[in-house]
Ligand binder design. Structure first.
Ligand SMILES: Cc1cc2nc3c(=O)[nH]c(=O)nc-3n(C[C@H](O)[C@H](O)[C@H](O)COP(=O)(O)OP(=O)(O)OC[C@H]3O[C@@H](n4cnc5c(N)ncnc54)[C@H](O)[C@@H]3O)c2cc1C
Length: 248
């Protein structure tokens, strides 16, 4: 299993760049995407993350003015860097981020992370996403689509309700790309994603575990639950990639 905090990136460079906010978009209740234009282009791989430092905090925050977030855009979306997060009252950082005006500048360091997609890796990829843990999968799926890659991808995306981040985009992608399948699990109505549901989906998709790489991303509770399930299913650890969104 890969570690959460390795610092490998695609061209071996760590950039320190200024990011200019160019757009904000509501994705779902409380969840927003922030689009930044880097002052100089940065090279990154789909699935990596940056450290984002705000110039000042408008509200106190014990964790300070720096957080790390996945680059939710794909390297093929060269016009901007996309940061997607849920804004919570309790976070002085996120409230300040939300109040940034278009044109304001923040700093970024990176990219970091080894939650990387290798298009030459054989077999199917099963992505298990919990809530905001969808961000690296959005980047990877957009990368696969934009490069017209044929890798089979099965996204199993767990949410508390029907207000699902990126759903419209995924539905459009599924319509036009037969190698990409998406299944939404709504935990408030059908219960949490569990071993029975995962086994059913794998059976319906006619997948053989030994030919799959299973990727897990979400808040710690989600990752712990998925890793326990995959352990029970006797999936070898070499076939599992996990990125835990610590900080929640
Ligand atoms: C590799 C990596 C990539 C990441 N990528 C992303 C990303 O793309 N998007 C993203 O949003 N985050 C991402 N994170 C997590 C991110 O770094 C922050 O730690 C996280 O968003 C929490 O932010 P915050 O500290 O401002 O607290 P917030 O989540 O805003 O909340 C503030 C406080 O509210 C409480 N709280 C939070 N959630 C709940 C809850 N569900 N129920 C009750 N109380 C709660 C907690 O006490 C928390 O300290 C990533 C983390 C890692 C390690």
């Amino acid at each position: 299993m890969q570690s959460d905090f390795n610092t490998v990136n695609c061209d071996g460079r760590i950039y320190k760049v200024k990011l200019i906010l160019i757009k904000k978009v509501d994705e779902a209740k409380g969840t927003k995407s922030f689009f930044f234009k880097p002052e100089k282009s940065i090279s990154f791989s789909a699935g990596q993350y940056l450290y984002y430092t705000l110039a000042k905090l408008n509200y106190p925050d014990a964790k300070g003015a720096t957080r790390l977030f996945t680059i939710a855009s794909s390297p093929t979306e060269t016009d901007s860097i996309r940061l997607t997060t849920k804004i919570r009252e309790e976070s002085g950082y996120k409230k300040t981020l939300d109040e940034l005006a278009i044109g304001e500048v923040i700093k970024a360091d990176g990219p970091n992370g080894t939650f990387l997609f290798d298009e030459n890796e054989k077999g199917s990829h099963v992505f298990l996403a919990g809530g905001i843990g969808i961000t690296p999968f959005r980047s990877i799926i957009k990368y696969v689509v934009d490069n017209k890659l044929a890798n089979p991808i099965y996204l199993i995306y767990s949410n508390s309700d029907n207000d699902i981040v990126f759903k419209r985009k995924f539905d459009e992608i599924v319509k036009n790309n037969s190698n990409i399948r998406v299944h939404y699990v709504i935990s408030s109505t059908e219960g949490h994603l569990d071993q029975i549901k995962i086994n059913e989906l794998i059976k319906n998709y006619k997948l053989k575990i030994k030919n799959c790489t299973l990727w897990v991303c979400g808040p710690p509770g989600f990752n712990d639950a998925m890793e326990e399930i995959l352990g029970n299913m006797k999936v070898p650890s070499g076939q599992i990639r996990s990125e835990k969104f610590t900080g929640y």
